[in-house]
Design a protein around this ligand. Structure first.
Ligand SMILES: Cc1ncc(C[n+]2csc(CCOP(=O)(O)OP(=O)(O)O)c2C)c(N)n1
Length: 554
């Protein structure tokens, strides 16, 4: 059957179960947007900036456990989307970026908006597939989905020359490649079970690849069966119930000293579904890189990563579900007598550190009060998204997650992910409560995607921590260049009015007395809401106040 290459691509996407594509249209791939009209099972979500569209694809992938898809225009569209490609690469999120390209005859002639994608994304995409031959387009798309989801998940770029998309092709639709799943050898599973049976102070660090209802339930059962404490890793707050007695503490960036002093006593560190990295490892110190001082067992579905920086005592290249199932099947061989006490000590520190004690300040609302009010009303299956910035420390410290929640945030710490991720979560999981936290800095980077939320009737509750500052950077300035504050003060618009201009409800929290009633009103509202929370600059972080720095003068 002869059809256009664009139609073949649309049919291939359909065969790969793609139902949502986040895009900003471009003239270079008009043929694809046109072809998609005939594929009603695929919805194009039209966004306002390619950075937003990219973050939406990532959040969709995280929320639904499938490959996210983003389609953007050549050159400028692609570079706008690059923040999301970079984040997906660092965060191991499977996604396919379909990017327009100039016509083939003008390539390498500095054509309008031409960009060499292989060079540009050589350090941020798992693979760049430049499709020159229309007959191979379906095969290329199938490869992109396969590579994105296999081994270490990540972003794959597929480039689409404009003239190629209109060509007539006879090639058939290439179906999804069947997933090859990795499993650790039975001897390694048995060896690990032995290690855990004799470990006095083990600690499980659970990361982003522990996912899906089944995987998360298996983690809990594993912790209970083997009597192990579990620490969710940086920005993976929901992977273990914070109220579970085996909760060992949140291993976020710059974890508190009381917690780290204890965690550093661990004799066996079992890292499951996370690559480690600077934030989880507290700047390459826990475990120490490259040679950990304790036994390190690292489980990740790609042998290349096991030993890349940290040398594990044992690396298990395995699909995470298979690993947890194998451990449960093998069964626990018991644990030393002091194990429960060890778990109790970790859990006690966790509970002490995360118990909210109301605080107030003369320069604005302490953001922890907003967390406390949300805890009372957060749906058990709420999706929570966060942008980057010190305001997020309040979430990780005082918002109490369950495995039935979903937290979406990016370990890379690029600003701008919060709002678009919330919009995507609301689009791809209708009916779920979606709460977004963002700083005043980050909100004006991608807050325009509120228009997308309103356009697609995808309600999001956005809490803007408005301290009139790029606060995180201000804190670094206070620490490293005392008394020399520069380039961090922000003169903001009225965010409640800003929200209203988009068709959302606009609310304000200006002092402590507003918190309870405004949070209740925001969460009870049917549609999207922007809450402008006038937060204290002094209480910028849940762990440290600015007035603890000697030169800070308000
Ligand atoms: C895209 C991007 N640009 C710049 C930075 C550097 N940066 C990190 S945090 C931060 C300030 C964030 O300010 P805000 O959103 O107001 O949150 P706050 O730190 O005040 O809580 C900046 C500029 C970054 N991480 N990402």
């Amino acid at each position: 059957m002869s059809r256009t290459a664009a139609n073949l691509l649309a049919a291939t996407l359909e065969a790969h179960d793609v139902d949502l594509i986040y895009c900003v249209p471009g003239e270079s791939f008009l043929a694809v947007t046109d072809a998609l009209i005939d594929f009603p099972s695929i919805n194009l979500i039209v966004c306002r900036h390619e950075g937003g569209a990219g973050f939406m694809a990532l959040a969709d992938a995280r929320t639904r456990g499938k490959v996210g898809v983003c389609m953007v225009s050549r050159g400028p569209g692609a570079t706008n989307a690059s923040i999301a490609i970079h984040s997906a690469y660092h965060d191991a999120i499977p996604c396919v970026f379909l990017i327009g390209q100039v016509e083939r005859y003008e390539k390498n002639r500095m054509a309008l908006q031409e960009l060499n994608y292989a060079k540009t994304f050589s350090d941020t995409a798992k693979m760049v597939i430049e499709v020159e031959n229309a007959e191979l387009l379906s095969e290329a798309a199938a490869r992109a989905f396969h590579v994105a989801a296999s081994g270490t998940p990540g972003p794959v770029v597929v480039t689409l020359p404009e003239d190629m998309l209109d060509e007539a092709v006879d090639a058939p639709v290439v179906p999804p490649v069947s997933r090859a799943r990795m499993a650790a050898p039975a001897q390694d599973i048995a060896r690990l079970a032995d290690m855990l049976a004799s470990a006095e102070k083990p600690l499980v660090v659970a990361g982003g690849l522990v996912q899906g209802d089944r995987g998360l339930a298996a983690l809990t059962k594993f912790a209970e069966t083997y009597n192990l404490p579990v620490a969710p890793s940086h920005r993976r707050s929901h992977v273990f119930d914070s109220s579970h007695p085996n909760y060992g503490g949140y291993l976020g960036n710059r974890a508190p000293r009381q917690q780290m002093d204890l965690m550093k006593q661990a004799d066996v560190l079992l890292v499951v579904g996370e690559r480690l990295g600077p934030s989880v490892s507290q700047g390459f110190t826990f475990p120490a890189a490259p040679t950990p001082s304790q036994t390190l067992v690292h489980v990740w579905p790609d042998p290349v990563e096991l030993g890349r920086v940290w040398q594990p005592t044992m690396g298990l290249a395995s699909d995470i579900d298979i690993f947890l199932d194998s451990m449960l099947e093998h069964g626990s061989k018991g644990a030393p007598a002091g194990r429960t006490e060890w778990i109790g000590r970790l859990n006690k520190v966790h509970r002490e550190l995360t118990a909210w004690e109301p605080a107030s300040s003369n320069d604005g609302v302490v953001f922890g009060a907003v967390m406390a009010a949300i805890n009372e009303r957060m749906a058990p299956d709420a999706v929570v998204t966060s942008d980057a910035g010190n305001f997020s420390t309040w979430i990780h410290r005082y918002l109490y997650f369950k495995q039935s929640n979903m937290f979406v945030g990016y370990a890379t710490g690029g600003m701008g992910g919060g709002v678009p991720s919330a919009v995507a979560a609301a689009i791809c999981s209708p009916g779920r409560q979606v709460i977004c936290f963002v700083g005043d800095g980050g909100f004006l980077m991608t807050g325009n995607e509120l228009a997308t939320a309103v356009q697609y009737e995808a309600p999001v509750k956005i809490f803007v921590a408005n301290n009139a500052s790029y606060g995180t950077i201000r804190m670094h300035q206070e620490g490293r260049y005392p008394g020399r504050v520069t380039s961090t003060a922000l003169n903001n618009p009225d965010f409640a009015k800003f929200g209203e201009a988009f068709g959302a409800k606009g609310l304000k929290i200006e002092n402590d007395g507003d918190v309870e009633s405004v949070v209740a009103e925001a969460l009870a509202h049917d549609g999207s809401v922007v809450v402008d929370v006038r937060t204290s600059l002094n209480y910028l972080s849940a762990w440290r106040k600015l007035d603890e720095y000697p030169a800070y003068s308000g």
